[in-house]
Design a protein around this ligand. Structure first.
Ligand SMILES: C=C1C[C@]23C[C@@]1(O)CC[C@H]2[C@@]12CC[C@H](O)[C@@](C)(C(=O)O1)[C@H]2[C@@H]3C(=O)O
Ligand SMILES: O=C(O)CCC(=O)C(=O)O
Ligand SMILES: [Fe+2]
Length: 350
């Protein structure tokens, strides 16, 4: 449940504008032979143009995705005290507050740290992930599956993220083939899984932001770029995700036809590794739907001590590095305390 005071509702009210649909490229990860080379080139073009694309042919079993999504939906349907038992910022359950800089949204979520072997550690052992009872109709779903399912899901999606990074290195002509992949595949990679629930928009006319806030839409997740290397997102198809185009205009992300795709974001760190060739895409979620949106996002980050700088192969011909070298720990320490919309990379620009 998301409970906002009247003043808070006004802070997140947005004008009722529906932006045009973005032209999002689809990349087939299962392509082989000459089609794979073409997919690598298309992937590089998508990362340069939008920093965002749709991924097909990823090989994640639809049953695992559906089971994780259903378990997440059951978790969010639990009584509030049960969800609060897993509360904790930044890791654990939270509602309406994102980060520690005062950002608010029409959202509740689980944020978990994940490892390649799939474990889902919470911030403290006193914050258990409560059981989300299986639907009575589901004979095959174990009764306490959330932690296990999210662990299994994140391990699978990490595999997908690594395969995308390998195709990316091929498309960029960067050697070795694991130049990018190795950062996310390592056991000490600082990766996270986030499960977001955006409840249906409240009736704004009744004592809400409709009159006083002047908007009929609400900010679900305010505009930001993702700090990590790569983010792999999956949603239940309810609308709301928007990306910022290179001219600054917002465009909505159309849902894929068969509902089986993932969406991939370039993060700040990949922008640095490619010396600004790829765009860390600014994006947000706007709530204007009678349907709940549930999204699950894997954020593939580097190990804390990893030194980050543009890949030498992308600085060919004496090209100038746009960023000074820094560690992921340094970036997180300086950048992840402010507001969502802050530019966190500017302090590392040369
Ligand atoms: C305000 C913040 C929340 C955030 C950390 C930050 O300081 C800036 C980036 C935010 C973000 C966006 C992508 C992911 O959802 C996230 C987990 C991340 O790594 O960076 C969130 C952070 C958060 O919710 O704590
Ligand atoms: O929930 C979504 O669809 C996107 C959320 C997001 O951008 C994030 O969690 O970083
Ligand atoms: Fe994001």
């Amino acid at each position: 449940m998301v409970v906002l005071a009247k003043g808070e509702l006004e802070q997140i009210a947005l004008p009722a504008v529906q932006p045009p649909a973005a032209d999002v490229r689809a990349i087939d990860l299962s392509a082989t032979g000459p089609a794979r080379a073409a997919a690598g080139r298309a992937l590089v073009a998508a990362c340069e143009e939008h920093g965002f694309f749709r991924l097909t042919g990823h090989g994640v079993a639809p049953g695992l995705v559906r089971a994780a999504e259903a378990a997440a939906a059951r978790f969010f349907a639990l009584p509030q005290p049960d969800k609060e038992a897993a509360a904790g910022l930044p890791l654990g359950y939270a509602s309406k507050r994102i980060g520690s800089g005062g950002d608010l949204g029409w959202i509740e979520y689980l944020l978990l740290s994940v490892t390649p072997s799939g474990a889902v550690p919470l911030a403290s052992s006193s914050s258990p992930l409560p059981c989300a009872p299986a639907a009575a109709t589901s004979a095959t779903t174990p009764s306490c599956p959330l932690r296990e399912l999210l662990g299994e899901y994140s391990a699978e999606v990490r595999r997908v993220a690594c395969a995308v990074l390998e195709l990316m290195a091929e498309g960029l002509g960067v050697a070795p083939a694991d130049a990018l992949t190795r950062l996310v595949a390592r056991e000490d990679s600082d990766s996270m899984l986030r499960v977001n629930h955006y409840p249906p928009r409240p009736e704004l006319g009744v004592g809400g932001g409709g009159g006083s806030g002047g908007g009929q839409n609400l900010t679900g997740f305010g505009e930001h770029t993702d700090p990590q290397i790569i983010s792999v997102l999956r949603s239940n198809g309810a609308p709301g995700l928007e990306i910022s185009l290179s001219d600054g205009a917002w465009a909505s992300v159309p849902h894929d036809g068969d509902g089986d795709s993932f969406f991939v974001n370039v993060g700040d760190t990949l922008q640095v590794l490619t010396n600004g060739r790829f765009r860390s895409v600014k994006h947000r979620v706007v709530v204007n739907s009678e349907r709940s949106r549930v999204s699950m996002i894997f954020f593939g980050g580097p190990p804390p001590g990893e030194r980050l700088a543009p890949l030498p192969a992308l600085l060919a011909d004496g090209g100038r590095s746009r960023y000074r070298e820094f560690t992921w720990k340094e970036y997180k320490g300086s950048g992840c305390r402010g507001r969502l919309a802050d530019d966190r990379l500017c302090r590392f620009e040369n």
